[in-house]
Design a protein around this ligand. Structure first.
Ligand code: PAF
Length: 282
């Protein structure tokens, strides 16, 4: 496995691979790898000749009061895990390499960014699209792999790819969970011992909400059920509980084929998100 820090070097390697007719699978990450990332890498490995993983904590997707500085990092461990997942190249640029200038062109997503996490993280998805656009331009991947845990990010990136005719296929990869149901996340390490015990209640609440929806087809009752369960079992503050059509993220109506039941909870030092994708037609 090769570690590359410069855009120029990465471009050279990509061109060589493309000339040899290889397909390229791309796994973007912010590091502190866990099984969720490794599942993306595994799928990329199975579906492509060559796999590139980026490890870059992207400053433009963090708001001023957010956890950019405190975001967990462990490059040595990440490199070992990526090698174990049979990744061909790990791209680990520094901030200067990716953002040599400030105050350049921004990208603003549409209405999909006005709900869920976008309400409390107003420029988060601008930053995500900016770095993803740069990666797509540098790597030109045949397939790009994103986890369903970040369902809003995935929906916005799918729209971005369609709207701007990027030549990459977005692959949705299901959420990986701990044995107790907690969605795997790099941010889980920032939970206190007590919060870690409580956190699996998020998934339990979503499952209960899903059952209510399947029985009653009532969004209010569904969201209320999730709220009630989280409030009874978690000390953190609910940021949102929301049931929306997927991937449009518009209010759900009976004609919509898929929906997500999503929630975010703010704990003392970190904020966790989770969701369930529901088939709603028929
Ligand atoms: O999901 C993430 O880890 C990040 O938002 C991504 C897609 C790597 C962009 O920085």
């Amino acid at each position: 496995m090769k570690i590359i820090n410069s855009i120029e070097q990465l471009r050279k390697d990509v061109i060589r691979r493309k000339e040899e007719g290889d397909t390229i699978g791309f796994v973007p990450t912010m590091g502190y790898l866990h099984e969720g990332h490794l599942a993306l890498a595994k799928q990329a490995r199975a579906e492509n000749d060559f796999v590139i993983m980026s490890i870059f904590v992207n400053p433009t997707q963090f708001g001023p009061a957010e956890d950019y500085e405190k975001y967990p990092r462990n490059e040595q461990r990440d490199v070992a895990l990526a090698a174990g997942a049979d990744v061909d190249i790990v791209f680990m640029p520094d901030v200067k390499e990716m953002y040599p200038r400030v105050g350049t062109i921004d990208i603003t997503p549409g209405v999909q960014a006005n709900v869920l996490c976008g309400k409390t993280r107003p420029s988060h998805f601008d930053g995500v699209l900016k770095i993803i656009l740069k990666f797509f331009n540098i790597i030109n991947p045949d397939r790009s792999y994103f986890g369903m845990k970040d369902a809003q990010q995935l929906a916005i990136i799918e729209t971005f790819v369609e709207d701007f005719n990027f030549n990459t296929t977005i692959e949705r990869v299901p959420t990986k969970r701990e044995k107790d149901g907690l969605a795997k996340s790099s941010r889980n390490v920032r939970l206190t011992e007590q919060e870690r015990l409580e956190a699996p209640a998020i998934y339990e609440a979503l499952k209960r909400g899903k059952e209510i929806f399947e029985e009653k087809k009532d969004i209010q009752q569904t969201e209320d059920e999730v709220r009630k369960y989280i409030e009874a079992n978690i000390s953190g503050e609910i940021d949102y509980i929301s049931f929306l059509a997927y991937p449009s993220l518009e209010p759900w109506t009976t004609g919509d084929e898929e929906a997500i039941l999503a929630c975010a909870v703010q704990f003392e030092q970190t904020r966790l998100i989770d969701n369930l994708l529901l088939t709603t037609k028929g």
